[in-house]
Design a protein around this ligand. Structure first.
Ligand SMILES: [Mn+2]
Length: 382
């Protein structure tokens, strides 16, 4: 199956190619200098006390790629440009590997809610874009730069927030690799913490270069590994797991259904929203499974993860079909995530959302009978 049946989310490039400006997602020449210009403009426009101080932000509940990119950008701003960067995060980190990464590498970040924003000249965003629903962007600070590898969301009639410097590359496996390229081009020697953090980002977003990896991802992966603390890197990969992990694994196994190439894991309510992505990753390893849709309710939202294998096609257009206008979503390559704001977290509301998602997913593979009743599917253990 190819993804040609689904329209691309990118605007089409019409008109005379020769007269077109270079594509926005690839900065043309000397990105380091263009970024320097954006930083310096923002710094000069800021109040004296805020000059030279920048806030680095990412999406809610940051993953290794987000955390690594924050760390890499922190070193770039400090060592190449001589500015004072502060990393701040929003939301709890639930996934055991991500918690282990923060703990083991001793990554430091402020709680965004506690940050005094008047002390900053602007914001830099990594692994996300200001238009994404899962990202908090202050409305009282300029967005100086954005570094990301996700398909830009459609904004409808709303104008896009103004961003001085955008580096969004859809082909990249990890945002960490994009940030590493700046550090490499600047000739910055990675400190051991930054190297470890960037390595984890590339490692987990590309599944050790097995998924969506470009040549630049490969270079970043090997260069960062060389400078990282290998003992720490290894321990992050096998973190201790809380009992709730095994409880949600048990639950996911019992509610999952197979429909030909699809595994559907709609879990009702969960205590840890990361278990949705964990189960999606886990079940994709089943032979014969080409895509997984996992979902569950957490704190008034229905959280979704979609994974596809190499032959099945891209995850983003599939997620769009499954959601069918119900919520917000994002993705790259074979990974997509989505969320639906629920009116309440009652069991019947959650069940009815799951019914719709199930029937939309089955519709993709033609598993809905003419009478509109979706097929039952098989338990995973059969
Ligand atoms: Mn990423």
């Amino acid at each position: 199956m190819t993804d040609s049946a689904y329209p691309s989310a990118l605007p089409s490039t019409e008109g005379d190619a020769a007269s077109m400006p270079p594509p926005a997602q690839h900065p043309s020449t000397r990105p380091l200098e263009r970024l320097r210009g954006a930083l310096s403009r923002a710094s000069q426009a800021a109040a004296p006390a805020a000059r030279g101080r920048f806030l680095i932000l990412t999406h809610r509940g940051p993953d290794p790629d987000a955390l690594g990119a924050c760390e890499g950008l922190r070193q770039l701003l400090r060592d190449e440009y001589g500015y004072e960067p502060v990393v701040a995060t929003v939301g709890t980190i639930h996934r055991a590997e991500n918690q282990a990464m923060v703990r083991t590498l001793e990554l430091e970040s402020e709680n965004y809610a506690d940050v005094d924003r008047t002390g900053f000249a602007g914001v830099l965003l990594v692994d996300t874009q200001p238009e994404f629903g899962h990202t908090v962007v202050p409305d009282d600070l300029p967005i100086v730069a954005v570094f990301d590898h996700h398909v830009p969301p459609k904004t409808g009639d709303d104008p896009r927030p103004e961003v001085d410097y955008r580096d969004v590359r859809l082909d990249m496996g990890a945002t960490c690799s994009i940030i590493w390229e700046y550090l490499r081009d600047a000739g910055v020697v990675l400190d051991i913490k930054t190297a470890g953090a960037l390595f984890c980002g590339v490692r987990y977003d590309t599944a050790d270069l097995s998924r969506n990896a470009t040549e630049l991802d490969e270079e970043a992966y090997t260069a960062c590994f060389r400078h990282a603390d290998r003992e720490k890197i290894a321990s992050i990969d096998h973190p201790p797991l809380p009992p709730t992990y095994f409880a949600s694994l048990h639950r996911a196994l019992s509610v999952s259904r197979r429909h030909g190439p699809l595994v559907l894991t709609l879990m009702g309510k969960v205590d840890n929203p990361e278990s949705v992505a964990e189960m999606a990753d886990f079940f994709l390893r089943m032979t014969g499974c080409s895509w997984v849709l996992a979902g569950a309710e957490f704190e008034g939202e229905y959280v979704l993860s979609l994974r596809t294998d190499y032959n099945f096609g891209k995850a983003y257009p599939l997620m769009r079909r499954v959601l069918d206008g119900l919520g917000s979503f994002g993705g790259h390559g074979h990974i997509a995530g989505g969320r639906i704001k629920l009116e309440d977290d009652g069991e019947s509301t959650v069940k009815s959302v799951e019914r719709i998602l199930r029937s939309n997913a089955l519709d993709v593979i033609g598993a809905v009978a003419e009478d509109g009743i979706p097929e039952e599917g098989k338990p995973l253990t059969e």
